[in-house]
Design a protein around this ligand. Structure first.
Ligand code: IPM
Ligand code: MG
Length: 362
């Protein structure tokens, strides 16, 4: 039996702790379903800056290119905040997305029943939540040229970032959204700022055109400011949200809090070849790192996405998601989702319980 090659890039802070658990869960699922994995670990982020002086070493990129999928932890931390931009840990994830052309960033926000009380919103507003943010990952103001800070003759400074999208870039991400909507509730909400930005005028025109190719899927358009409001006011309204890189960054953080904690939100960064880099949406949480307090569920749910999108093994993905649901139903909670009457556990114990549930043991 040939093994799937998985690159493991824990990065910094709690990225280290949560990837230990997610890898264990993936192995346990593999054991149950007869799927073998070969894991290879590599440096990225601040850890790589410290070891080799750059956030995304060549070997790490080569390893990803030679792998079927990657498990990414998180990068960054106060220690590296003073570094010049190109040396900052964040360049690791941005560089991976750009170099591997991971243009489709899928961020599902799903409410697990037992956690309705952990959300900052009222239970009736979030119960049953199941939405998917499809964020474009390699374009927009994140990567547009020109950019930079220049000094003006009068001694002041001027900063420029360029928001740019081409028709094919908009088209391909919209198509991802429509395809996914087809196997969900068949509704796409395209988010833009068409009342102000030319970029968004093009976005909306292309989205409307792609929408005609999917007559079975309902397309709506929403301004990003309104979308931010509706996410908090009536999140159950949404099925699939498709949007650009910058708006998607912001809206996906907002969506994550609906589920109770950003520690619950998984994501996939996909390209056209089937390769995927799977990462929890949360960051490095330096305040709790190394204390066994991190919530591994986002990282674990990312491995379910790996099974679903790279391995095309919905059965394994379902089993991992069911194991997480089971651990929550049994009352296990990391501190970020703890509510009185539940059982407070650390990152490792939460991982242990999910591993047991995935393996089919009681
Ligand atoms: C995310 C993060 C990254 C982003 C940072 C770490 C560069 O916020 O994945 O949402 O802005 O894309
Ligand atoms: Mg973000």
């Amino acid at each position: 039996m040939s093994a799937y090659k998985v690159a493991v890039l824990p990065g910094d802070g709690i990225g280290q702790e949560v990837t230990v658990q997610s890898r264990r869960v993936l192995e346990a699922a593999g054991g149950r379903f007869g799927v073998a994995f070969r894991f290879t670990e590599a440096l990225c982020g601040g850890a790589a800056c410290d070891a080799v002086g750059e956030p995304l070493p060549r070997e790490t990129l080569d390893l990803c290119r030679a792998s079927d999928a990657g498990l990414f932890g998180a990068v960054g931390g106060p220690k590296w905040d003073g570094l010049p931009k190109e040396k900052r840990p964040e360049q690791a994830i941005l560089g991976l997305r750009k170099s591997l052309n991971l243009f489709a960033n899928l961020r599902p926000a799903v409410m697990f029943g037992p956690l309705v009380d952990a959300s900052s919103l009222k239970p009736e507003v979030v119960r049953g939540l199941d939405l998917l943010v499809v964020r474009e990952g390699v374009g927009d103001i994140y990567f547009g040229q020109p950019r930079g800070i220049e000094r003006l003759p009068d001694g002041n400074e001027r900063a420029v970032d360029t928001m740019v999208y081409t028709t094919p870039e908009i088209r391909r991400i919209l198509k991802v959204g429509f395809e996914l909507a087809r196997v969900r509730r068949k509704r796409v909400c395209s988010v833009d700022k068409e009342n102000v930005l030319d970029n968004s005028r093009l976005w909306r025109r292309v989205a409307t055109g792609v929408g005609r190719e999917y007559p079975d899927v309902e397309l709506s358009h929403m301004y990003v400011d309104n979308a931010a409001m509706q996410l908090i006011r009536n999140p159950l309204h949404f099925d699939v949200i498709v949007t650009g890189n910058m708006f998607g960054d912001i809206l996906s953080d907002a969506a994550s809090m609906l589920t109770g904690s950003i520690g619950m939100l998984a994501s996939a960064n996909l390209n056209e070849t089937g390769f995927g880099l799977y990462e929890p949406v949360h960051g490095t949480a330096p305040d709790i790192m190394g204390q066994d307090k991190a919530n591994p569920i986002a990282a674990v749910m990312s491995t379910a996405m790996l099974c679903r999108y790279t391995l095309k093994r919905a059965d394994m993905a379902d089993a991992i998601e069911a194991a997480v649901a089971r651990a929550l139903e049994e009352g296990y909670r990391t501190p970020d989702i703890f509510t009185p009457g539940t059982k407070r556990v650390g990152c490792k114990e939460m991982g242990d319980r999910i591993v047991q549930c995935v393996g089919g043991s009681k």
